[in-house]
Design a protein around this ligand. Structure first.
Ligand code: ADP
Ligand code: AMP
Length: 217
């Protein structure tokens, strides 16, 4: 099963991807998480990525395409995977199609999470995650069950994303509209795009996604 998540920053892609990973035992490939790891480890890619991510812009297509090409050939992807944050431009989408065509395979479905802009701002401003395992939380909508303790791994340290500030969020939204939104007609034409009401609560959105997967795959 190969799934692509699309949607503006804060729409709930990572949250829903985590649910699917646990349910279907497939890999979650978050290019944002991969880049944050590069930044943390101060690699050459990380050094380049830092200022681009802080500005809310996209890294060059060729770099991201290479990164994904390497990642999808790893063992944990045999069962399938969820792309969360890739493709983000027409160039990336076309490159992904070419990669899959060479393997005689294709994307099973593209799930678009639709959320109003005002709600996106609330979601992003309250987002935090476990410093150890990356599990994602929200200060009002999804607190850990025991305050200050990660539900998944029991760690007690949490982090906020450097690019979740007001100014960068506005830039990320603009980047989404200009460079990623053109992927909607692209996938609509290929008849694999499914629109999901991302305004509902986490469980309701997960149910809607589950129904779509059951009907398609
Ligand atoms: P994305 O990966 O699309 O940027 P996330 O999955 O990180 O978005 O979600 C952004 C924030 O909103 C997180 O703090 C998450 O806990 C919260 N969230 C995700 N989905 C919902 C939802 N359906 N309702 C309310 N809050 C949500
Ligand atoms: P995300 O965690 O998906 O919100 O991504 C965080 C940031 O990483 C984005 O604002 C971009 O700067 C960068 N990024 C993530 N994925 C991509 C991609 N596919 N192409 C280019 N830049 C990306």
């Amino acid at each position: 099963m190969k799934i692509v998540f699309l949607g503006p920053p804060g729409a709930g892609k990572g949250t829903q991807a985590q649910i699917l990973v646990n349910k279907y035992r497939i890999a979650q490939i978050s290019t944002g998480d991969m880049l944050r790891a590069e930044v943390k480890n101060q690699t050459d890619i990380g050094k380049l990525a830092k200022s681009i991510m802080d500005a809310g812009q996209l890294l060059p297509d060729d770099l991201m395409i290479k990164m994904i090409e390497t990642r999808i050939h790893k063992n944990d992807c045999h069962n399938g995977f969820i792309l969360d944050g890739f493709p983000r431009s027409l160039g990336q989408a076309q490159a992904l199609d070419k990669m899959f065509a060479l393997q005689h395979t294709k994307i099973d479905l593209v799930l678009l999470l639709e959320v109003d802009e005002q709600v996106l701002a609330d979601r992003i401003s309250g987002r935090f995650s476990c410093a150890n395992c990356g599990a994602s939380y929200h200060k009002t909508m999804k607190q850990p069950k025991v305050k200050g303790v990660c539900d998944v791994c029991g760690a007690t340290e949490f982090v906020y994303r450097a690019d979740d500030n007001k100014e960068t969020v506005l830039a990320r939204l603009e980047t989404y509209k200009k460079q990623t939104a053109p992927l909607l007609p692209y996938y609509e034409q290929k008849k694999c795009l499914y629109r999901i009401d991302g305004m509902k609560n986490v469980n309701e959105v997960a149910k809607e996604i589950d129904q779509i997967i059951k009907n398609i795959v």
